[in-house]
Design a protein around this ligand. Structure first.
Ligand SMILES: [Zn+2]
Length: 62
């Protein structure tokens, strides 16, 4: 049985009209999070976002 992404409660796919959330409350919470990320600060993942600035100068004199 899948779990609610908000509160991790088991969600019955047949009996729950708010899947994948267990309840309308959890759906609202998730929607609020999503909206906050949307028009909030454009957060990027802190890792791997920086470009490699390895200057490969000085390759050696031939
Ligand atoms: Zn929930």
């Amino acid at each position: 049985m899948p779990r609610c992404p908000v509160c991790a409660a088991p969600v019955d796919l047949v009996k729950t009209p708010t899947v994948p959330f267990c309840s309308d409350r959890c759906r609202t919470i998730d929607l609020g999070r999503w909206l906050n990320e949307s028009y909030g600060l454009p957060r990027r993942t802190p890792s791997g976002a920086a470009d490699d600035e390895c200057g490969e100068s000085g390759d050696g004199e031939s």
